[in-house]
Design a protein around this ligand. Structure first.
Ligand SMILES: *[C@@H]1O[C@H](CO)[C@@H](O)[C@H](O)[C@H]1NC(C)=O
Length: 263
């Protein structure tokens, strides 16, 4: 065949681009901001694609960019901290809920501790669940649940709720609903792993003006926020955790907050 049938993508591009380019041209004189805006949006899309190794749609991928850049650091940190949490919380680690990305790994790690039962909430769709993770989901141990909405558990269903890499993505408006809901399902306390401000790469920090990467907040911001929300830091747990951590020379690379449950 000497003549190829029209490539649909190309045809679409041609018919689609002519009126679009026309209107851009007409407006570009009166409003140079429009074209600047389009260039910015275009580059954001390119950046989004270059970060996406797995074909996740760009806009969802924005949520993952900063997770990638610190390698899910706080969820890994939560896994590393499990033995120390066990020392600090003892019997209050009987029933644990982990909330955060890669929750299957955290839940599996929790199961390895003696006398610990664990459940997990994954705030985003699980892209490539392995057999272990699929089995945890089938059994209802791990669920996918947008944490902007109430968790599907009754009050005080768990002794301890551990959250990692999840609250950093919520604006105060949603935090106001999510944080009390996390406290609602716990009877003994809440442990929050949050990134330190400045952990993100500069490039990602720039994106925060446009996309939705994490808003990494300082310890004083969080503590002020907890007070506003009526949650108290659990001083006894903080002390025990620090003791257990120093015994094992454990230095977390994330901020860790210990909160008391509602009375
Ligand atoms: C969140 O809740 C606090 C305390 O109730 C309130 O002061 C603040 O205005 C709320 N923020 C938003 C964005 O709703």
């Amino acid at each position: 065949m000497s003549r190829r049938p029209g490539n649909p993508a190309r045809r679409f591009g041609e018919s689609g681009s002519i009126p679009f380019a026309g209107s851009l041209h007409q407006k570009s004189r009166s409003s140079p901001f429009l074209s600047v805006g389009l260039v910015v949006v275009g580059s954001l899309l390119l950046i989004g694609y270059s970060y996406s190794g797995s074909g996740i749609p760009v806009f969802i991928n924005f949520l993952f960019i900063s997770l990638d850049s610190c390698g899910l650091s706080c969820t890994l940190e939560a896994q590393t901290a499990i033995p120390i949490l066990k020392k600090a919380y003892g019997d209050s680690m009987r029933k644990v809920l982990h909330v955060g990305p890669d929750t299957c790994s955290v839940v599996s790690k929790l199961f390895k501790e003696e006398d610990v039962e664990a459940w997990g909430v994954e705030p985003y769709e699980i892209e490539d669940a392995d057999a272990n993770c699929r089995s945890l989901m089938r059994k209802g141990i791990v669920r996918v649940n947008d944490i902007k909405f109430p968790l599907p558990y009754r009050e005080k269903s768990f002794n301890l709720v551990i959250v990692s890499d999840a609250l950093d993505y919520l604006s105060p408006k949603y935090l106001n609903r999510t944080l009390p809901d996390l406290a609602r399902v716990s009877s003994d306390g809440l442990v929050i792993f949050a990134g330190y401000p400045g952990q993100q790469r500069a490039k990602v920090a720039e994106l925060s003006r446009f996309g939705k990467p994490a808003k990494l907040r300082s310890a004083s911001w969080w503590i002020r926020y907890f007070v506003q929300t009526g949650l108290e830091e659990n001083e006894a747990a903080i002390k025990k955790f620090e003791q257990a951590a120093s015994k094992r020379s454990y230095k977390p690379s994330c901020q860790i907050f210990h909160l008391s449950a509602y009375h």
